[in-house]
Design a protein around this ligand. Structure first.
Ligand SMILES: [Zn+2]
Length: 160
């Protein structure tokens, strides 16, 4: 009898492998060669008629890290202006994950630390983690939760 947590572990591993394949395929389709950043990736999505504008935004004391809003032909991605380079990049990858995986409602989406454990957010995070790892190193292997956004927010003491 296999336990529930073992099953969850297997599903997670399966999802990670699927995400790694997806990330490699998409990178090839977009003719990107690692290393590249989230902004390079976003710009290259124009080849698939996905147009993205990325801007820092003052979010002050609100418990929000980033947001993504469709607007006609465009998606606007906003990230905290006080996030710093590493967290800022990771927030952008997270929002790109919503767009690539098709999880953006017409009302848009916001990154809240407390929401990062939902099923949809977990998938977006797996994608973002696989993508950022591959974009940076050309490798798809990453240790569990090494670059999870929730983890980065917590480690940097930026949780609101
Ligand atoms: Zn999200």
């Amino acid at each position: 009898m296999i336990g529930e947590s073992a099953l969850r572990g297997l599903r997670e591993l399966h999802t990670r492998r699927a995400m790694a394949r997806r990330v490699r395929r998409l990178t090839r389709e977009l003719e990107l060669v690692p290393p590249f950043g989230a902004r390079d990736f976003a710009q290259r999505l124009a080849r698939k008629r996905v147009y993205i504008m990325i801007e820092p935004r003052r979010m002050g004391r609100q418990p929000i890290y980033g947001s993504c809003k469709p607007d006609g032909e465009y998606y606007h991605i906003y990230y905290r202006d006080d996030a710093g380079a590493i967290l800022g990049e990771r927030i952008i990858w997270h929002e790109l994950g919503h767009i690539v995986l098709g999880y953006v409602t017409p009302d848009g989406h916001e990154v809240l630390r407390r929401d990062l454990n939902s099923e949809e957010e977990r998938l977006v995070e797996l994608w973002a983690e696989a993508m950022e790892t591959y974009a940076g190193s050309g490798r798809t292997q990453s240790r569990a939760n090494l670059t999870g956004l929730g983890r980065i927010i917590d480690d940097l003491g930026k949780a609101r």
